[in-house]
Ligand binder design. Sequence first.
Ligand code: G3I
Length: 334
Amino acid sequence: RVSLQTLADASPFPIGFAISPARILSNAPYRQTVIQEATSITADVAMKPSRISPQKGVYNFDVADQLIEFARSQKKRVHGHTLVWYIDTSPNWLKQIRDSTELETTLQTYIQTVGTHFKGKVASWDVVNEAVDNQGIIRKDSLNMVGKTLFNVGKVLGHDYVARMFQYAHKADPDARLFYNDYGQETRPAKLAAIVNMAADFKRRGVPIHGLGLQMHISINTPNEGIEKAIQKLAETGLLIHISELDIAVNPGKKKDFLMTQELLEKQYHKYKFVVSTYKKLVPASQQFGITLWGVDDGTSWIPSFCQCEDAALPFDANFGKKRAYQGFLDGLR
Ligand code: G3I
């Protein structure tokens, strides 16, 4: 039995989707699902630096502005993602900069320009994404890894750059809620501890941080204890808590001959229910920034192209049918 109630109706906190403005325009069921189910939206790539500033000194807000316009017309909150990220969504021209003064002023100018453009139009920003490595250290790894040039801000600017990016973002848009966002906190205790400590340090020093994003790209096998502990520890910081990129893989082993079964769908039901109910139970209402799903439907999820395998990690199937996972999300809200 699938309920007729939407996630947005059932939820006491905002429900978000990561979306692509092109799909909103071209794919009617995708658009309709977002309109009905969501109260908040995040751009999956449209607001990343590589899209906004493809060349030095050039800013192109056209696609991101389509998303803003959609949000305005449908009365959805916009969560901005992301101002600074070490990895390959930073434009090539920016990744080449090795001089610390030049990099600092370039990022400062970028944040000031972008923050000002979206002022009053976004509720919040992921200011820095994924700066902490899995051992709990601000990334200082080599500038060339796995054949990709990583934009390693930490190596050029030193570990305290994260705090300065928050100061620049706050100056650009004093009303925006500012988040630090990262993955793997539910399975890496050292990483979780480092993020909690960083948040406490920022609060002590008066660095303008308002929230923490727990991405939660997890699977049906991710242990519940780790999920519970991450939500609990983050909530104890007193900051806003955003489950910012939720999806739950059913093919964590990335098997090529993957076969979907009823049993896997049932496991996914339980994991969605657990994540949502734990968030609702452990995060005080005043700190519930919401839960955002990283994508709308299994047909357009980022996972298959990334893992070169099949998966089905979202509550909607490729035909926008509600899966057991959808019911799990709803049951978790109850
Ligand atoms: O738009 C181009 C298209 O014109 C081109 O033909 C095609 C060929 O590769 O690429 C398209 O761009 C891709 C883009 O997604 C849009 O689908 C990029 O190559 C691809 O790198 C990009 O991947 C995104 C990735 O971040 C990097 O920006 C994923 O969609 C997006 O889901 C993913 O999101 C991240 C979060 O930002 C941070 N946390 C992890 C999460 C998942 O990796």
